[in-house]
Design a protein around this ligand. Structure first.
Ligand code: SAH
Ligand code: SF4
Length: 359
C-alpha cells in the first residue's frame, strides 16, 4: 500500500526520511515540494537524488480527498465538494478579497453538537476527518489555483467549515502546525483562525499547543437562550466559557477573541440582547462579528432585518465595542456559513443497513 504523504505531520517527514536513511534536510525539501510548491509529481522534485525520487514514486503518493464538484459563485467564491469515503462528503470554500484570500476548512463530516440554526448540526455526526483530509483541503485549493494559472494562493485559513474543530483536536492541531510551518504554508499565527462553539478544556489545550486566532460562537447573551441555540452550553456554560477566553488571551497578549453572533429574527436580536451582550463580553479583549443568518430548508429561523442588525450593531458600537457585520459570500452556491451540508450518510439509513447485515 502506498503512503499518503499528506497524512504526515511536521515530524512525520523527518521520521520517514530517517527510516529511508536520508539526511534531515531531505525532510524539509520534501515538505517544501509538497506543501509550499503544491507538487505531487515526484519526478518534478529535481533537487532530490534520482534514486530517492524513484523510491518515493514506488512507495508514496500525495492524495487529497477526491473532488465531487467544483463551483464558483457570481462573487468569485469557490466551493469544492469533496468525497471522504463511505457516502460522506465535506465542503471547502475559497473566499477571494482584494488583499487576501481566505479558505474555510472543514474538520469533521457532520457535527455532533446540534446547534439549532446550523445545517451541519442538523445532519448529525459521522466522523472526524484525518490529517490528510484536513490539510488536503488547503493543498487542493492552492494546487487548483496553480493548475489554473491563477497567481493567487490562500493567505488566510478559517477553521469554520463543517464540524467542531476542537472535537477533532489532534488532527486539527497537526494540520494547523503545517499551516504555520515555514517549510509548508508559512502562514502567521494571526492568519489562521479557529472557530469553536466553546469546548472549554480543549480551548485551554489549544492555547498551549497552537495559539492561533480564536473565534468563539456565542450567539446568545445568557445561558437560557444559549442552552437552546448552542446545546454544548449546558455542559460549558457562559461563566466557564468567558473564563476560558480570558485564559486564552492571557497566553497571547495583544490578541483578542472574535465573538461570533448569528442574527436570528426575533430570537436574539433585540436591543435588550445587545445590552446583555455588552455586559457579558466586557471583561474580554474582543471583537464582535455579527453573522446574518443563512437560511436552509426547514431551519425554522429567519434572518434578522437589516434595520435590526444595524440597531444591534449601533448599541454595541456606542458602548465602545468593535463590531463587524459579516458580508454573506457565495450564497448562490450554498457556500455561506452554516449552509455547508455536504452529503453525510444519514443515520437512519445506516441503521437500516446494520439491520440488513444482522439479518
Ligand atoms: N463548529 C464551529 C465552526 C464552524 S461554523 C463553530 O460552531 O464555531 C462557523 C460559524 O458559522 C459559527 O459561528 C457558526 O455558529 C455559524 N453558523 C452556523 N450556522 C449558521 C447559519 N445558518 N447562518 C449563519 N451562521 C451560521
Ligand atoms: Fe457544529 Fe459549529 Fe454547526 Fe454548532 S455551529 S452544529 S458546533 S458546526
Amino acid at each position: 500500500m502506498t503512503v499518503n504523504l499528506l497524512e504526515f505531520e511536521k515530524n512525520g517527514f523527518a521520521q520517514f526520511c530517517a527510516e529511508l536513511g536520508e539526511k534531515p534536510f531531505r525532510a524539509r525539501q520534501l515538505m517544501r515540494w509538497i506543501h509550499q510548491s503544491g507538487v505531487d509529481d515526484f519526478d518534478a522534485m529535481t533537487d532530490m537524488a534520482k534514486s530517492l525520487r524513484v523510491e518515493l514514486k514506488r512507495t508514496c503518493e500525495v492524495r487529497p480527498p477526491k473532488v465531487i464538484s467544483d463551483s464558483t459563485a457570481g462573487d468569485g467564491t469557490r466551493k469544492w465538494l469533496l468525497d471522504v469515503n463511505a457516502g460522506n462528503a465535506i465542503e471547502t470554500v475559497f473566499i477571494p478579497e482584494r488583499t487576501r484570500s481566505t479558505l474555510c476548512v472543514s474538520s469533521q463530516a457532520g457535527c455532533a453538537l446540534e446547534c439549532t440554526f446550523c445545517a451541519t448540526g442538523r445532519q448529525g455526526f459521522n466522523r472526524n476527518l484525518t490529517l490528510s483530509e484536513i490539510i488536503g483541503q488547503l493543498w487542493l485549493a492552492n494546487h487548483s489555483l496553480a493548475a489554473d494559472g491563477d497567481e493567487r494562493r490562500v493567505t488566510n485559513v478559517v477553521m469554520m467549515g463543517m464540524g467542531e474543530p476542537l472535537a477533532n483536536f489532534d488532527n486539527v492541531v497537526a494540520a494547523m502546525q503545517l499551516m504555520l510551518d515555514d517549510n509548508a504554508y508559512g502562514l502567521s499565527r494571526r492568519r489562521v483562525t479557529l472557530s469553536t462553539s466553546g469546548l472549554v478544556p480543549q480551548m485551554d489545550r489549544l492555547g498551549d499547543a497552537c495559539p492561533v486566532a480564536l473565534a468563539v460562537s456565542l450567539h446568545a447573551p445568557n445561558d437560557t437562550l444559549r442552552d437552546e441555540l448552542v446545546p454544548i452550553n449546558r455542559k460549558y456554560p457562559l461563566k466557564q466559557l468567558m473564563a476560558a477566553c480570558l485564559r486564552y488571551i492571557e497566553k497571547a497578549p495583544r490578541d483578542f477573541v472574535t465573538f461570533e453572533y448569528v442574527m436570528l429574527d426575533g430570537v436574539n436580536d433585540t436591543v435588550a440582547h445587545a445590552r446583555e451582550l455588552i455586559r457579558l463580553v466586557s471583561p474580554v479583549p474582543c471583537k464582535i462579528n455579527l453573522i446574518p443568518f443563512n437560511p436552509f430548508p426547514n431551519s425554522g429561523y429567519t434572518r434578522s432585518s437589516v434595520p435590526a442588525i444595524e440597531r444591534f450593531k449601533d448599541v454595541l458600537t456606542t458602548a465602545g465595542l468593535i463590531v463587524t457585520v459579516r458580508r454573506t459570500r457565495g450564497d448562490d452556491i450554498d457556500a455561506a456559513c452554516g449552509q455547508l451540508a455536504g452529503r453525510v450518510q444519514d443515520k437512519t439509513r445506516r441503521r437500516e443497513r446494520r439491520i440488513e447485515v444482522a439479518g
